[in-house]
Design a protein around this ligand. Structure first.
Ligand code: PNW
Length: 466
């Protein structure tokens, strides 16, 4: 079993579940904009206009978590719901009230809120001035964070500034995510990532300066590609390491060590020079920015789903310039790994133990919270999901080994996701929920899946032991 006090919970994100995209004064976000202007951006012409309608059904969502015995809920705030144009000169009280009500409902049911301040739904008004490419975004984000810390800080003790800055940054150079600026490949991602790190640093320092009396913890939720080498060769082992450094490490290294990973700095500077540029595509931090960013994390928020094999050398279709070309690593999967409905997600339970071990070693044994971990199916048997049970059971068993055998300081596990939801470019074709949602019904009827009943028993067994 897990140590006493270990927390089980679930996670979601605003655009993926709330719906109510234009209700009660909410402004549009880049995801509203891209799904409306490019209807085929997501599979099945899907969008988050209604999604799981959690804007109206949050009480039912909370009661489902209460039923499962979950003690933490990670959700995100829709920036443009509380600040329709992204800036604090126009505050939407109805938006602020929605999250107050949600937080109060959670606390009344003994569920701890963990708030993600940004989960990819940038206000469109800010994208119109360049979004994460505009250096001013760091201060604008800090103003927004100030408002949410001030408003909710007495009740919320767990904060995630940015969800998966890596994935969000790739939207500034590829069409994987909004704003899908494909023309900036190899350039936009690094600029956006740079400003995300600056924004995170400012928000973290602001919390410590103004709100530390609330006693909360602030971090980021990290994502990327976690790899093992394809072969024992030194070249593949180095490629696997680069894969970590160019994805998870892109954000963790500045935050835990104090600057970009050396392998990124060296490769991007070199390639920039070969391309005839006088300045690197990877920007530099000022000394003051490094002071803000270094050490700006009270726990390591780990989003972990799977693992890949890494081989030396860029994939054959890597453009110049590009992240893939800079990273010089080709990723693949072992044919023996069990697939899921998401092509990138293979079931490899040992990967979670290996990953928390890696975090422990690289970043000096921080507190780790598994801010996301979960399994994708196609929903063809809406509530009958033995594969998800198997996934969670085996991953949690490996997580326990990481805790007891390797001494990793993991304090919580949050399943992605509480509900079936809008899975970005996959629309509603891929399901991650412990709870199924009938998207064909105007009521968005919820039904607990077998995995939800399983998690309830699992959590309960744990409670009985202590
Ligand atoms: C995370 N990949 O995204 C996000 O934080 C969630 O919003 C999302 O729904 C969840 O994981 C499941 O996908 C990812 O391609 C998106 O490796 C893509 C990848 C990983 C994580």
């Amino acid at each position: 079993m897990f140590p006493k006090g270990f927390i089980f919970g679930a996670a979601t994100a605003a655009y993926q579940i709330e719906g109510a995209w234009n209700v009660d004064g909410k402004g549009p976000s880049i995801w509203d904009n891209i799904t409306h202007t490019r209807p085929d951006f997501s599979k099945g012409n899907a969008n988050g206009d209604v999604a799981a309608d959690s804007y109206h059904k949050y009480k039912e969502d909370v009661s489902l978590m209460k039923y499962m015995g979950l003690k933490m809920y990670r959700f995100s705030i829709s920036w443009s719901r509380i600040l329709p144009n992204g800036r604090t000169n126009d505050i939407n009280q109805a938006g602020l009230d929605y999250y107050t009500n949600l937080i109060d409902e959670l606390l009344a049911n003994d569920i701890e809120p963990m708030v993600t301040i940004y989960h990819w739904d940038l206000p469109q008004a800010l994208q119109d001035i360049g979004g994460w490419l505009n250096p001013d975004i760091a201060d604008i984000f800090a103003d927004y964070a100030d408002l949410v810390f001030r408003t909710y800080g007495s009740k919320v003790k767990w904060w995630v500034t940015l969800n998966e800055a890596y994935m969000a940054a790739t939207g500034y150079g590829s069409d994987g995510f909004a704003p899908a600026l494909t023309n900036l490949h190899g350039v936009g991602e690094y600029l956006a990532g740079h400003n995300m790190l600056r924004a995170h640093g400012k928000a973290y320092r602001l919390y410590k300066a103004k709100y530390s009396h609330f006693g909360g913890k602030v971090s980021m939720a990290f994502a990327g590609w976690f790899c093992v080498p394809w072969s024992d060769s030194l070249a593949d082992r180095e490629a696997s390491e680069r894969c970590h450094e160019f994805t998870y490490g892109w954000f963790s290294h500045p935050i835990y060590i104090g600057d970009y990973p050396p392998s990124m700095r060296v490769a991007i500077n070199k390639n920039s020079q070969l391309e005839g540029r006088n300045t690197s595509r990877l920007p530099y931090f000022t000394a003051e920015e490094i002071r803000e960013i270094k050490g700006s994390s009270d726990f390591y928020g780990l989003n972990h789903y799977t693992i890949s094999l890494a081989k030396d050398g860029p994939s054959s279709n890597a453009l110049t310039p590009s992240l893939e070309y800079d990273m010089r690593t080709t990723m693949g999967a072992d044919p023996s790994w069990t697939p899921s409905a998401a092509s990138w997600l293979k079931v490899v339970p040992q990967s979670l133990r290996l990953h928390v071990q890696t975090v422990k070693t690289k970043y000096n044994n921080p507190e780790i919270v598994i801010t996301e971990n979960g399994y994708a199916d196609d929903g063809s048997r809406p509530t009958d999901d033995p594969e998800r049970i198997k996934y969670l059971e085996s991953y949690m068993a490996e997580l326990r080994r990481g805790i007891y055998e390797d001494g990793c300081n993991v304090t919580a596990h949050l399943t992605w996701s509480l509900l079936d939801n809008f899975e970005w470019r996959d629309g509603y074709t891929v399901k991650f929920g412990l709870v199924s949602v009938d998207f064909a019904s105007p009521n968005r009827t919820r039904s607990l899946k077998r995995s939800g009943y399983w998690l309830k028993d699992y959590v309960n067994m744990h409670k009985i032991l202590y």
